[in-house]
Ligand binder design. Structure first.
Ligand code: F6R
Length: 242
């Protein structure tokens, strides 16, 4: 596990974007695993800047997002499909058909999860998987006690996760209870993983994930077992490390 501690959240986002840009430069046809959430907004802003500067092309790349809410239409303002279209895909040169997310409004979400897992396998698995970190240590929507060898499936979101994400939903509308998420086993098959966490609110989870025992109680701790895991933090998120 390589841990990089940058001065602030902007610097952390910049370093993460550089790592992604270096990946698509070294291997233009990379399969990227992508994440959503507040932390990634700064990463994607920096990645778009690198693309505009001519330092990153995604023309040959493909991507698979980690997760999507069950029951939200793709054009719902809080769907991850919409987030990705607005915050990244619409501003870089990735081919629309090469950018994949689970279909949240699928009639049979369990079948959709299996289809998605099979599509990742058929693409040859992920070259570089980008991850954020939940306050409870989740990666993707693999909440605490998720099986460390799980594949893409339906997960019930914890109350704390729904509370954290409710800030993105309009007043009176609550985040869905279920999501389709890549499993921890799916994530661990990625050839490289890059986790980004910033801010003091993440410090406890960061300390558990990096220095605690490997445990399904803190799902991100499984990355201690990954051969090529890089953790990019700002000083605030690193503040509870020993
Ligand atoms: C989102 C995802 C989640 C987030 C995590 C952190 O696709 O997979 O694991 O990365 O909840 O979210 P923020 O960055 O909003 O704190």
């Amino acid at each position: 596990m390589k841990v990089l501690i940058l001065g602030d959240a902007e610097a952390a986002a910049g370093r993460a974007a550089e790592i992604i840009a270096a990946q698509v430069t070294a291997k233009p046809a990379s399969v990227l695993g992508l994440a959503t959430g507040g932390t990634m907004e700064a990463v994607y802003a920096r990645l778009i800047a690198l693309h505009r500067a001519g330092s990153a092309s995604f023309a040959e790349a493909s991507s698979f997002n980690l997760d999507e809410y069950v029951g939200l239409a793709g054009d719902h303002p809080c769907s991850y499909r919409r987030y990705m279209a607005e915050k990244l895909f619409g501003q870089i040169d990735i081919a629309p058909e090469a950018a994949h997310l689970p279909v949240g409004e699928a009639v049979d979400p369990e079948a959709e999860a299996l289809r998605y897992e099979a599509a990742i396998v058929a693409a040859g698995d992920i070259d570089l998987q980008l991850l954020g970190l939940g306050l409870n240590g989740h990666i993707g929507f693999n909440e605490p006690t998720s099986s460390l060898s799980s594949i893409t499936r339906l997960k019930t979101l914890e109350r704390s996760t729904r509370a954290a994400n409710s800030r993105y939903f309009p007043d009176g509308e609550e985040p869905p209870r279920l999501a389709i998420t890549m499993g921890i086993g799916t994530i661990m098959r990625a050839r490289e993983v890059l986790l980004v966490a910033t801010g003091t609110a993440k410090a406890r989870a960061v300390a558990q994930v990096i220095e605690g025992p490997v445990s399904a109680r803190w799902p991100g701790s499984v990355l201690q077992m990954h051969r090529h895991a890089t953790i990019v933090l700002d000083r605030a998120a690193a503040s509870e490390l020993a």
